[in-house]
Design a protein around this ligand. Structure first.
Ligand SMILES: Cc1cc2nc3c(=O)[nH]c(=O)nc-3n(C[C@H](O)[C@H](O)[C@H](O)COP(=O)(O)OP(=O)(O)OC[C@H]3O[C@@H](n4cnc5c(N)ncnc54)[C@H](O)[C@@H]3O)c2cc1C
Length: 554
């Protein structure tokens, strides 16, 4: 009989995710669990049925830009498919932004919201991108413009699909995305807090959004070149553009369904938020949210990849046995599982801290740890996600490289997680900046002490030693590294080291608090991460000399 391979299948993405379920069981108050678990169970089914079909269709139907109509009028019409619109509606109805602001579950609202986004993201053709920027904009308005922009706040947090708005975040210009100091857009005062914006924006995702937050220099005759923050509506009430010309949609490696445009602000009317020159500081409120979304997205992609790779391992046979019976294939997938668990734990801990911070119950130590770990989780999970997705594709052999299996899109999309919202390097430098300028590290040490006091008894002595030795080396690096160049050259390794130490500690907390068979898995992860070593730092100027030699010698 002719052989046909059985494809991998997805079940209920909540029910099948032991880690997510056990984590929520351990860290959500009992009184919230019934409601949240029921909702996640229902949604876990929806994301692999209706939502996955919508996302797949969106990937196959990229947006188009029509610049001119038949008569030569400039129209700049972005055509997105109906399925993209439907994902917008589902996002509203499911409260994917609203949950975080209704705060019905107090400090745990973010945990619930992010668990839903975790289920949604890998099926949604990255509709999570507009949601992330919208959530960031909502938080910005809540903190800095609640009265003037109350109307926008209501729309961004609406559960009514006809009223729900999304926002973009337009920072990047041709001169730079990491370094926005070269921003050329200018803002001419129109009176009050209204301005007219003139300039070009080079990457504008969700270009069909209703709102955008953007940066510009105010032209007021002063010598102050600092950037200010503006909020604009993309369209006028009659449907025409608010002084915006769209030139092109980017032809991207992945995120194919997401319309990312290049545009000109040509006398676009905008409202200033905050004081003149405060733009970069204020927009960090958005970035803190989008970076957490990015980490959740990375973790959710890992989970999706792992889920199908594990299923496939029981359906695919080679050399007379199912793949799951080959020790080396098991070893490969087990490493991926351990990546998922460890990346999950650090990300969800930061989500817990975010929830605490936003509801005013975080203490000073937690606030500082949230500041320090937000860039760390973004860079760490994104890098690991690409690695995991590449391995997932390989776990399918040739099928992993074939488009209509739905697998290559996972790797292509994952690559963006390392770039937008700050590249790995830029975020690593942000971690060092936080340490140098915002005094976060002493609070981190305090946090470590508190956690070890609580959970150290969960450790075997060699694991205790590994954590303490790593911490000592981290401290020594910070004390002894005075050369700024050595400091910067180590920035990535520093962030990775910090992530690994934090994960080891969070594994202790999880082993102590979580219940069921997952605990054995957590113990294995702890043993492995400690065995691999937590420290990646090499604090000498030799490294700089070697780098220069490798790159620039004849
Ligand atoms: C699909 C997609 C969608 C996007 N959507 C948006 C959007 O909606 N809004 C928006 O504003 N932007 C958006 N961006 C832009 C994105 O945020 C930027 O591309 C990103 O921040 C990097 O900026 P850059 O492209 O200018 O790279 P550069 O800043 O030129 O960086 C190039 C390289 O240099 C490294 N580097 C830079 N500075 C340093 C340093 N000091 N030390 C060490 N290494 C350094 C970087 O890590 C990077 O590897 C999007 C990008 C993509 C790919």
């Amino acid at each position: 009989m002719t052989f046909y391979q059985q494809p991998p299948t997805l079940g209920n993405e909540f029910e099948d995710d032991d880690l997510l379920k056990s984590y929520l069981k351990a860290f959500l108050p009992v009184e919230f669990q019934d409601y949240i678990f029921q909702d996640l169970k229902r949604f876990g089914e929806l994301v692999t049925t209706e939502i996955l079909q919508l996302g797949t269709k969106v990937n196959e139907t990229p947006p188009k830009l029509i610049n001119f109509d038949a008569w030569g009028n400039r129209v700049d019409n972005v055509i997105v498919c109906d399925e993209w619109e439907k994902l917008h509606q589902i996002s509203a109805v499911e409260g994917l932004i609203a949950i975080g602001y209704e705060r019905k579950f107090g400090e745990f609202s973010r945990l619930y919201q992010m668990a839903k986004l975790h289920l949604f993201t890998p099926s949604s053709s990255i509709y999570t991108c507009p949601l992330a920027m919208s959530d960031g904009a909502t938080r910005l308005i809540e903190l800095h413009a609640k009265d003037e922009l109350q109307g926008y706040f209501i729309k961004l947090t609406s559960r009514n699909p006809d009223e729900f708005w999304v926002s973009g975040q337009w920072m990047t210009e041709r001169s730079g995305g990491s370094d926005v100091s070269g921003t050329e857009t200018i803002a001419k005062p129109l009176g009050g807090n209204k301005y007219e914006l003139i300039g070009d924006k080079w990457f504008t995702s969700a270009v069909t959004a209703n709102l955008a937050m953007t940066l510009a220099k105010i032209e007021d005759g002063s010598s102050n070149n600092s950037l200010s923050l503006f909020c604009l509506e993309t369209k006028n009430p009659d449907g025409s553009y608010n002084g915006i010309k769209l030139h092109r949609l980017k032809d991207k490696l992945g995120t194919k369904g997401l319309p990312t445009g290049e545009l000109t602000l040509d006398s676009c009317v905008a409202t200033k938020i905050g004081s003149n020159g405060e733009g970069v500081k204020l927009i960090s409120t958005i970035l803190n949210i989008t970076r957490i979304y990015n980490a959740i997205s990375s973790v959710s992609y890992m989970r999706r990849g792992l889920s199908i790779a594990k299923d496939y391992a029981s359906k695919r046979f080679a050399f007379g046995r199912a793949l799951k019976e080959h020790p080396l294939h098991i070893e490969t997938l087990a490493q991926l599982e351990s990546e998922y668990i460890t990346n999950f734990l650090i990300t969800y801990y930061v989500v817990e801290l975010l929830g605490k911070s936003e509801t005013g119950v975080a203490d000073k130590v937690e606030e500082k740890v949230l500041r320090l770990l937000t860039p760390v989780i973004k860079l760490y999970t994104a890098k690991n996600c690409v690695k995991v997705m590449s391995e997932v594709l390989e776990a399918f052999g040739g099928a992993g490289y074939v488009e209509d299996t739905g697998l290559p899109v996972l790797l292509r999309d994952a690559q963006v997680f390392t770039i937008w919202e700050g590249t790995t390097n830029v975020l690593s430098l942000d971690v060092l900046r936080a340490i140098k300028k915002e005094d976060v590290i002493n609070y981190y040490y305090q946090w470590v002490e508190i956690m070890l006091d609580k959970y150290e008894s969960e450790l075997k002595s060699d694991e205790i030693n590994t954590i303490h030795t790593a911490l000592d080396q981290l401290k020594q690096f910070l004390k002894e590294t005075t050369d700024e160049n050595v400091f910067q050259a180590n920035a990535r390794d520093f962030s990775f080291t910090l992530a690994k130490i934090t994960i080891a500690i969070l594994l202790l907390r999880a082993i102590h608090t979580m219940k069921g068979s997952i605990v054995e898995k957590l113990k294995i992860c702890l043993k492995r991460i400690c065995k691999q070593g937590l420290i990646l730092l090499e604090h000498s100027s030799d490294r700089l000399n070697e780098n220069n030699f490798l790159l620039f010698s004849e």
